[in-house]
Design a protein around this ligand. Structure first.
Ligand code: PEP
Ligand code: MN
Length: 341
């Protein structure tokens, strides 16, 4: 981190700043130029709040040289992390998976949808039992009964299940039921007590990007989980909120290569919540695959018009079969070695 000091600063003020920094356990490197003085701050600067420095009268501005995240940073861990989701399913490091299923677990149709997505090539089953709805009057999910149905379906089809946990007090319940991947929804992306609680388990976490979260903030949320000891984190781009109203969210396809560059964690893309409309989901899924996503999460329902949540963005099993064929072709195209001319 570098603090740029104003040319008007006196030697006493500069000495005072250097002492302030060194008192906090950092080393400094002062470089006096003609117009400004640079104070290099050496050490683990993730501990420093740049705004405190910037609020000092003699400081012109502060610039970070290294990212504020350590555990998720590819610089310190160059190899891709491979997350073992159970049932022999790996994500990352060249292992590509498709997670599919209904938005919500609704009852007996779960097993029918699960069989259909598995037959089409999905390798992980999704479904929400505890739903984070914008309105308290909307359907809130089946709760524990929904978890039972999911675990039964996952067991029968030998597929890991992915389901959302909203409350830190439920984490133990999810672990005891054997949930394979705990999803943190966009609305909880910065629920720090929840992230810390998940960090105290070994269960893989699928961390969705908050609606207005920057890429760095998403990585910092992963850092919360990892700093408690759980390194099994996957990041998920699921669309962000912008001025555009033609789609439910704006799919930030850029985030996929950016996250893969910044971090070693697997990157998942959710084309369903990114677009919000069935007619656009496949295009976004293809773009995400081409952009290098390690996994896709896609909502599928056998009767979208009757779905209890997110029917407008669900693919039918037939549409999903069609999508899977093309996803597989695109994945092959972007991973095949290019022959020298
Ligand atoms: C979901 O996966 O059904 C969901 C609620 O997603 P998000 O948190 O991304 O809105
Ligand atoms: Mn949904």
């Amino acid at each position: 981190m570098i603090a740029v000091v104003k040319s008007t600063a006196t030697t006493e003020q500069l000495d005072h700043l250097v002492k302030w920094i060194e008192d906090r356990g950092f080393r400094t490197n002062v470089s006096q130029g003609d117009n400004e003085t640079l104070v290099g701050i050496i050490g683990d600067t993730t501990q420093i709040d740049p705004f405190i420095l910037e609020s000092m009268d003699l400081v012109e501005r502060v610039q970070r040289v290294s990212e504020p995240f350590k555990l998720a940073n590819r610089k310190f861990h160059p190899e891709d992390t491979v997350v073992d989701c159970g049932h022999g399913v790996l994500v990352g490091g060249g292992h590509f998976q498709v997670i599919a299923g209904p938005c919500s677990v609704e009852g007996d149709n779960l097993i029918r949808i699960a069989r259909a997505v598995k037959a089409a090539g999905a390798t992980m089953l999704r479904g929400g039992a505890f739903k984070p709805r914008t309105s308290p009057y909307s359907y809130q999910g089946m709760g524990e009964k929904g978890l039972d149905l999911l675990m039964e379906a996952g067991g029968e089809l030998d597929m890991p299940v992915v389901t959302e946990v909203m409350d830190p007090r439920d984490v133990e319940l999810f672990v005891s039921r054997g949930v394979d991947v705990m999803q943190v929804g966009a609305r909880n992306a910065q629920n720090f007590p929840l992230l810390r609680e998940l960090g105290r388990t070994n269960t893989p976490v699928l961390l969705k990007r908050g609606m207005s979260q920057t890429i760095d903030e998403l990585v910092m949320s992963a850092e919360y989980v990892m700093s408690e000891g759980n390194a099994n984190v996957m990041l998920c781009e699921r669309g962000i909120r912008t001025f555009e109203t033609r789609t439910r969210n704006t799919f930030d396809v850029n985030a996929i290569p950016v996250l893969r560059h910044l971090t070693h964690l697997p990157v998942v893309a959710d084309p369903s919540h990114s677009t919000g409309y069935t007619r656009y989901v496949r295009s976004a899924a293809y773009a995400a695959t081409a952009a290098g996503a390690d996994a896709l999460e896609i909502e599928v329902h056998d009767c979208p018009s009757q779905a209890w949540s997110d029917g407008a963005q669900a693919l039918t099993p037939e549409q999903f079969v069609d999508a899977m064929r093309r996803i597989s072709l695109i994945r092959d195209a972007v991973t095949a070695p290019i022959e020298e001319a």
